[in-house]
Ligand binder design. Structure first.
Ligand SMILES: NC(=O)C1=CN([C@@H]2O[C@H](COP(=O)(O)OP(=O)(O)OC[C@H]3O[C@@H](n4cnc5c(N)ncnc54)[C@H](O)[C@@H]3O)[C@@H](O)[C@H]2O)C=CC1
Ligand SMILES: O=C(O)C1=N[C@H](C(=O)O)C[C@H](O)C1
Length: 258
């Protein structure tokens, strides 16, 4: 994943990282330090003073923190004129509307929020959206490491929303389901009419299956992030592109022009 860079060694993009000591943040710190067109100017985690990001002259802040912390961080970035690339989960339509409001008086500022920065995950979501209208039923299974704070994953929720909206646009009704008796939770959560199931196990990183059922056949689209390095090309692409994408962009697919 590359994008024609107009910033290089002599004028690298000044990047601050929020959540810098976390699983993702630590990798972002390394990726930003290793890339010739970006330079790390601030690494902030819980308990640190995030004013350091502004004092250091960051142009872009990257946030991989926690759903409970991300809105406050984002408001801080926007009110201080810092572009933001956000991987943290927890974005509802209401939260996105709030971010758009914050950006209204800041017409030059860009915020990119992506539920998943891995190329294959973005492609899987797009393929699922394309397949949705052809099948009477779809369910999503996401599988993650046992330290993950939220369920379902942001990616699975986003996938279900995309599939659910594509189904609705195609005039598809509820998926056939004869279940009349169940233990609570046995059929998962429902997002835009699509069932979503969450698995948590040590040893896993981040995985998603989108299963479609039809007449005498099924289609399974599966993506596996086997290592967090899978997210870094997308994060760096986001850092480069957010500088020239004013307003709110949701999803890396818009940057990739899929
Ligand atoms: N969009 C994507 O491609 C990906 C998104 N994620 C999401 O990123 C988020 C973080 O995931 P992990 O790195 O696995 O979590 P983690 O728990 O390993 O790291 C989060 C870090 O943020 C810090 N933190 C919490 N509140 C903070 C605040 N107010 N200011 C600064 N730092 C703060 C914590 O101390 C911790 O070090 C989650 O929402 C996760 O779902 C994770 C992987 C990929
Ligand atoms: O917490 C994680 O690990 C991940 N979070 C994101 C999500 O919730 O979709 C992206 C990826 O699945 C890894």
């Amino acid at each position: 994943m590359t994008e024609a860079a107009d910033r290089g060694h002599d004028n690298p993009i000044r990047v601050g990282v929020l959540g810098a000591r976390g699983r993702m943040g630590a990798q972002v710190v390394q990726a930003v330090e290793s890339s010739p067109d970006t330079t790390l100017v601030a690494a902030v985690d819980a308990g640190d003073d995030r004013a350091g990001i502004v004092d250091a002259g960051a142009e872009v802040v990257v946030d991989f923190t926690h759903p409970d912390a991300v809105m406050d961080n984002l408001r801080f970035a926007v009110t201080h004129g810092v572009h933001a690339v956000v991987g943290t989960t927890g974005f509802t339509d209401e939260r996105l509307a709030t971010v758009r409001e914050w950006l209204t008086p800041e017409p030059g500022l860009g915020v990119l929020i992506a539920p998943n920065f891995a190329l294959g995950a973005v492609l899987a979501m797009r393929f699922a959206e394309q397949a949705a209208r052809f099948y009477p039923a779809c369910e999503v299974i996401e599988l993650h490491h046992d330290r993950k704070a939220d369920a379902p994953s942001g990616t699975a929720a986003h996938t279900a929303r995309l599939v659910g909206r594509a189904r609705a646009a195609a005039g598809l009704g509820p998926a056939p389901d004869a279940t009349t008796s169940e233990l609570p939770g046995a059929r998962g959560a429902t997002v835009e009419g699509v069932r979503v199931h969450s698995v948590r196990l040590p040893g896993l990183v981040a995985h998603e299956e989108i299963l479609f059922g039809g007449t005498g056949e099924t289609l399974t689209i599966r993506h596996d992030s086997l290592d967090r390095s899978s997210f870094m090309p997308g994060v760096l692409l986001g850092v480069r592109s957010v500088l020239r994408r004013p307003g709110l962009t949701v999803g890396l697919e818009n940057v990739l022009e899929l």
